[in-house]
Design a protein around this ligand. Structure first.
Ligand SMILES: NC(=O)c1ccc[n+]([C@@H]2O[C@H](COP(=O)([O-])OP(=O)(O)OC[C@H]3O[C@@H](n4cnc5c(N)ncnc54)[C@H](O)[C@@H]3O)[C@@H](O)[C@H]2O)c1
Length: 329
């Protein structure tokens, strides 16, 4: 199988590359390295995957690569809370126009490859539902700007994927990803677990925004990519959003305590007001728990990693090697 990954030098994209190389597939990565890094690939690559440094929005080689691909994972996007808040125009430009350009290119190909468009749990917006199922109504509060631009760009990606499925018959899957965690995730753009691991190993206080009662559900990225592989190849998944995540829910305060406990660190916990970290217009989402019944009905997917296993693995990998730029090994 020949795999093309946009954003393949990023966190999840690099794990997809590693996963498919491990299955003996050939892999081509395109990435502008705006947040990704070649180091993410060199960890496992050893020259086996082809890397093109380019901007998805302008790269002239796109049609040629799309024609050759059996499957395309579209992961390139502007992501991470800090980046999304600081670069709101880039969010819609890259996330919406990049997806449009890719789908147009696929539609021109004679043999349609399988395509996976990465959506996000952020499409659930400001929903107060405790359990997030694919069919629930989506609630947005545009005046709370902040992350709404990102959420709507991802919702637009879903609509784009469904439209190209309907008009061109593209076999497209649309996973709604919930907080992936694991090696090679950067702590620089607002992701919480790499920041906690780095703070605990450095012996400095773990920064918890707000009172820490907000909850999240974390899925090890190695589970995430197995689920994505299964969905991308499954006709029942094509044309509809499917939650991909781990239903176990944990408060951010308990996550900080868990990291301190597992690391044996003497770090304390420092509470910081949201406005200080994210600005006045920020509106914190209090809960994100996926229902993954649809994923499990369509595929045979089962989680292999617990949160404790992921934390121990990250601590082990990074114990003697705190990476200055904040990316976890
Ligand atoms: N990490 C998560 O928990 C999570 C949750 C929900 C959704 N997602 C989605 O999954 C995808 C991957 O996320 P990630 O966490 O790996 O982020 P990431 O930032 O590590 O990966 C994105 C990659 O896209 C590249 N990129 C950005 N703009 C580009 C452009 N114009 N041309 C080429 N490459 C470009 C970046 O350099 C980066 O390598 C994104 O679409 C994101 O919205 C991730």
């Amino acid at each position: 199988m020949h795999i093309l990954i946009t954003g393949g030098a990023g966190f999840i994209g690099s794990h997809l590359a590693e996963h498919h190389l491990g299955k003996g597939h050939s892999v081509v990565v395109i990435d502008d390295l705006s947040t990704g890094s070649v180091g993410n690939l060199s960890a496992f690559n050893q020259g086996r995957c082809v890397f093109n440094k380019c901007d998805l929005l302008t790269w002239e080689g796109l049609d040629e690569e799309v024609k050759l691909a059996d499957r395309i994972y579209h992961m390139a996007a502007v992501v991470g809370m800090f980046r999304v808040l600081e670069q709101p125009i880039e969010v819609t430009r890259v996330n919406v126009l990049g997806t449009e350009r890719l789908l147009e290119s696929v539609a021109r190909a004679k043999t349609l490859p399988e395509v996976l468009i990465a959506s996000s749990s952020s499409v659930y917006g400001h929903s107060h539902e405790k359990e997030l199922r694919e069919g629930i109504e989506l609630v947005f509060a545009p005046e709370k700007a902040g992350l709404t631009g990102y959420a709507l760009s991802k919702l637009t990606n879903e609509i784009q994927a469904m439209a190209y499925r309907k008009v061109h018959g593209i076999p497209v899957s649309i996973p709604r990803l919930f907080n992936a965690v694991g090696p090679r995730q950067s702590g620089n753009y607002g992701f919480v677990l790499p920041r906690f691991i780095k703070q605990a190993l450095s012996g400095v206080p773990l920064t918890v925004y707000g009172d820490g009662t907000q909850t999240r559900s974390f899925c090890d990225v190695r589970d995430t990519v197995r689920a994505l592989d299964m969905l991308a190849g499954h006709p029942k998944a094509w044309g509809e959003p499917v939650n991909v995540g781990n239903p176990r829910e944990i408060s951010i305060l308990d996550l900080a305590k868990l990291v301190i406990e597992h690391s044996g660190s003497r770090s304390t916990i420092e509470f910081v007001p949201f406005e200080k970290g994210y600005g006045e217009s920020f509106w914190q989402i209090t809960q994100r728990r996926p229902v993954v019944e649809k994923l499990q009905q369509i595929t045979t997917f089962k989680h292999a990693w617990t949160l404790e296993m992921t934390i121990d693995d990250l601590l082990e990998r990074n114990r003697s090697n705190i990476v200055p730029e904040g990316r976890l090994l």
